[in-house]
Unconditional design. Sequence first.
Length: 79
Amino acid sequence: DLLLSYGVRIQYANSKRGVAIAERDHQEFEKYAYFRQDAEDFHLPLSDRSRAWVKGLRINDDIYNNTPTQLIGMSPHEA
């Protein structure tokens, strides 16, 4: 219900290539998200760790969605 309220549609890959592209995109996003988390957590007291990086997650998401990929020559947002 939450996904539908935000207009999120689940789309399944029709080929192994499609699955591979999606998985690679997820790996790249996670890599930068975890890098940000580690950098933020390093400078915080233990009581505040693992919460501050979430603020930067939207920025990371915007950069990722607006950066053209080499494979298709357009950003995920445009695709």
